[in-house]
Ligand binder design. Structure first.
Ligand SMILES: [Zn+2]
Length: 302
């Protein structure tokens, strides 16, 4: 081959592989953040759900999602999808900016009182994402505090409304709120009524993360005349494997004919979760499903 021609082929290839190697190193540094969260995620997901999902999943499969034999191929009649990414506020940097580059319909649930709370809210808004206050609430298990300040079942209505007002001041762009942990609070009628009233006073509606099967949140909200949504699927439970994602995609068929959008929650803890979410979005869009915003979903649920 003519040496000039050979150089024209080899030099771009060399540059490309160098870029790839640098990218990998940056990603490896970011992955360390994930261990901080693994314990707490256990507290955030109902134990029976975690067990059921673990039994259903086969770990380690890395086949591309488009090669699966799904139980459905026609997306007609499957409602639009709302995606919420939980637990922002602990880190910034490349991982946060890459989450911000997701389609703008994806909503960011941001924890208050953390080093990157305000920055996460501002970046989300800048990229057109809607924001939820990810309100720390008392879980049933007392092993871990949900946050520096959190809603307790024995807090009085004034205390709850001043906490919510404080969280709201940190994230003024928020349109809704969902619970971080909170299995004790969402099952408590009195505490939950105060939370819903306080959120409504700030112009926010409630999205139940459904960490407890005993949650009274959405039913109580509707009694009070407020819109509310409830999480249908945790995308990253029990893991981010292609087999788990494919299983979740197959499960969307059971919502066929429902009026309310499907509410899917995942977490921002590491790059593997971001990549799994990107694959999920690409795949469902190729199967004819549509993403919608949290506000649009809230209007349908009202
Ligand atoms: Zn959370």
């Amino acid at each position: 081959m003519d040496p000039v021609k050979l150089c024209r082929i080899l030099i771009p290839l060399l540059l490309l592989s160098l870029m790839f190697a640098c990218g990998k190193r940056a990603d490896a540094a970011l992955e360390d953040e994930s261990s901080v969260y693994s314990e707490h995620l256990r507290d955030e997901i109902p134990p029976d759900e975690l067990k059921r999902e673990s039994q259903a999943s086969q770990q380690g499969e890395l086949l591309p999602l488009e090669k699966y034999n799904y139980t459905w191929t026609d997306g007609a009649g499957i409602p639009d999808i709302v995606i919420i990414v939980d637990d922002f506020g602990n880190s910034g940097g490349a991982l946060l900016s890459d989450f911000a580059k997701l389609p703008s319909e994806v909503a960011f649930a941001i924890l208050p009182d953390l080093p990157f709370t305000r920055q996460s809210g501002e970046l989300a808004a800048q990229y057109g994402h809607e924001v939820l206050i990810h309100v720390p609430m008392q879980p049933v298990s007392t092993s871990e505090k949900p946050g520096k300040n959190y809603i307790r079942t024995d807090a009085d209505p004034d205390e709850i409304s001043s906490l919510i007002a404080d969280f709201s001041a940190q994230l003024p762009m928020a349109v809704a709120a969902n619970n971080h942990m909170g299995s004790a609070v969402t099952a408590d009628r009195n505490a939950m009524a105060s939370v819903l009233r306080a959120l409504h006073a700030q112009g926010l509606f409630f999205v139940d993360s459904a960490t407890s099967t005993q949650s009274v949140g959405p039913a109580l909200a509707r009694n009070l005349g407020y819109p509310a949504l409830k999480r249908d699927i945790f995308l990253d439970v029990p893991d981010n494997s292609a087999a788990t994602l494919a299983g979740k995609i197959s499960s969307l068929e059971k919502f066929k004919g429902r009026r309310e959008p499907i509410v899917i929650i995942t977490h921002c803890h590491n790059r593997a979760k971001l990549e799994a979410l990107q694959s999920f979005i690409t795949q469902i869009q190729s199967m004819g499903l549509h993403l919608t915003t949290l506000s649009a979903a809230g209007k349908i649920a009202a």
